[in-house]
Design a protein around this ligand. Structure first.
Ligand SMILES: Cc1cc2nc3c(=O)[nH]c(=O)nc-3n(C[C@H](O)[C@H](O)[C@H](O)COP(=O)(O)OP(=O)(O)OC[C@H]3O[C@@H](n4cnc5c(N)ncnc54)[C@H](O)[C@@H]3O)c2cc1C
Length: 499
């Protein structure tokens, strides 16, 4: 399946989250579309579950009023996905409460969809069948910052940015920085193995998670890992649960690694007229003996006034790259990069803090995307770094062949690109134009043929589940299904997704 959304629905910092479309839950016995899950929607089981959960946990935790359910669903709704209304929302405040909920749900085969703040993309926990929504809002404590141990223990519903607010007083920080860090939760970051703009240097979420407290579908509570820098005791279950998209267990607490805050930074902004030039600049930067903290590519915003802060330098630029070096050698490293970049013929300036912030503000707000009604075939693929410049050049070719506009936001330092082939939407259009389907087919074919991945950050969810076998193969997928069956034999957690 190809990701296709009207451009006016692209989530930006300003865009309001679309409200959930609510469909009444059918009163039928049901099986998972893949024939694996056994969640049922029998009204007796539902009543029994609600009675038992209310008895054990009370109405603070078990929300059944329709208006309140709709409010909570709307404020935690996944962009792009239409979904059913859950018949209850659960707001547990401890591992014990999560355990009770899952045990009761497992006994009655009730589907449980876990959600942090719902910033996930691609239908990761879309409620596509009768079930309950488990929110982590009340799991919101930072339990400890351990400055000597260089770790923090935080509950799953803590928003990523809060960890750094708490750690800063000790001169420490939590490195993984998804662009959604002001809104997304650490539990959601773990479940999606979120990346960010500095992960080429500091790693993705998995590289900063030392241990997890997880509630299994039958209610058992396990600890994975230790707050040690090294740990090779048994299979690495921390890694297994990291990136498992709510399919294997509910994460209630996370021990995250903290690093000393880098001292000093330096910034470069590159202006390029075409993707060929971007490719040349990228290869020069990758060949330099420097690992920048971040290297962000952005298509120039359609509104030229957005680039006023760069003055005449930005005129004619179709592409901008912001590069940050950090640490005590930041200035020297930026000198090395700037020299290498200039040799390729691009304009590379040393940016002021204000210019750099302006760039990142435009990038985070999705200002590169045109406004108005349009079809967009999107992707979040990643390719090996040695293929990235070739991939970027091909993007331009595929867009030209489709007579489409191309918009790209990319984490160049780690090979992850967010691409959109865009065509205006005519009022008579009901399906995506075939030219966009073809452009995305070529893109995914390239990625798979050249060692890339169909998703670098956003995950599989509903949207990419048909493409997953093409990347991992049937034997690999069979093993993933076996893991799911072992941990969640009744398929109650986030049913209908990729396993
Ligand atoms: C503007 C914007 C920018 C973004 N930038 C980035 C980026 O730079 N990098 C990136 O990787 N992603 C990015 N994303 C995607 C999204 O923010 C991440 O996937 C994020 O990690 C989701 O966190 P969340 O709390 O919103 O989780 P949700 O969207 O609520 O859930 C995501 C998935 O995690 C599961 N889940 C959530 N909490 C738990 C838990 N406690 N236990 C078990 N499963 C759980 C859910 O079932 C679901 O499958 C962006 C999204 C937006 C809208």
């Amino acid at each position: 399946m190809t990701s296709v959304v009207p451009v006016d629905a692209i989530p930006t910092a300003e865009a309001s989250v679309p409200s959930a479309s609510v469909a009444p839950a059918p009163r039928v016995q049901g099986m998972d579309a893949a024939g694996e899950a056994e969640t049922i929607v029998d009204s007796d089981a539902r009543s029994e579950f609600l009675d038992a959960a209310l008895h054990a946990l009370g109405s603070r935790v078990v929300v059944t009023e329709v208006e309140r359910i709709r409010e909570l669903l709307a404020s935690h709704h996944h962009a792009f996905s239409r979904e059913q209304e859950p018949f209850a929302v659960l707001l547990p405040g401890s591992a014990h409460e999560v355990s009770i909920i899952l045990r009761l749900a497992n006994e009655r085969r009730i589907a449980v969809f876990t959600r942090g703040t719902g910033t996930g993309l691609g239908g990761l926990s879309t409620i596509d069948r009768p079930g309950v929504l488990l929110l982590t809002d009340r799991l919101n404590r930072i339990r400890c910052i351990n400055p000597l141990g260089h770790y923090a223990v935080v509950e799953a519903g803590v928003v990523n940015a809060r960890i750094n607010e708490a750690a800063a007083q000790y001169g420490l920080w939590y490195a993984p920085d998804p662009v959604s860090r002001d809104r997304s939760t650490i539990g959601g970051n773990v479940a999606t193995n979120a990346g960010g703009i500095n992960c080429a240097k500091y790693g993705v979420t998995r590289d900063s998670v030392l241990s997890l407290t997880v509630v299994l579908p039958d209610g058992r509570i396990i600890e994975t890992g230790r707050p040690t820098m090294k740990n090779v005791a048994g299979f690495d279950l921390t890694s297994l649960f990291t990136g498992s998209e709510g399919l294997l267990g509910v994460v209630v607490a996370v021990t995250v690694r903290l690093l000393p805050i880098p001292q000093g930074s330096s910034r470069i902004v590159v202006f390029a007229s075409g993707l060929d030039r971007v490719g040349d600049a990228l290869d020069a930067a990758l060949a330099a003996p420097v690992r920048p903290a971040s290297m962000e590519l952005m298509s120039a915003p359609p509104d030229a006034a957005d680039l006023d802060i760069f003055g005449e330098t930005a005129q004619g630029a179709r592409w901008l790259i912001e590069i940050t070096t950090d640490g005590s050698a930041a200035i020297r490293e930026a000198d090395v990069l700037q020299e290498a970049l200039r040799k390729t013929g691009v304009t590379a300036i040393r940016a002021t803090d204000a210019q750099s912030e302006e760039f990142l503000g435009l990038r985070k707000a999705g200002k590169a995307f045109p406004r108005g009604k349009a079809w967009m075939a999107g992707s979040d693929v990643a390719v090996p770094l040695d293929h990235l410049s070739d991939f970027l050049r091909n993007l331009g070719r595929w867009a030209n062949d489709a007579h489409a506009r191309l918009t790209v936001l990319a984490h160049l330092a780690d090979g992850n690109t967010h691409t959109g082939f865009i065509l205006p939407k005519r009022s008579s259009d009901e399906t995506m134009p075939p030219a966009l389907v073809e452009a995305n087919r070529r893109l995914f074919d390239y990625v798979l043929a050249n060692g890339g991945t169909i998703t670098g950050e956003h995950g599989i969810g509903l949207e990419l589940k048909d493409r997953l076998p093409g990347q991992v193969g049937e034997d690999n997928l069979a093993l993933q299904r076996a893991i799911k069956r072992t941990i969640d034999p009744h398929g109650i957690l986030n049913p209908g997704k990729w396993v």
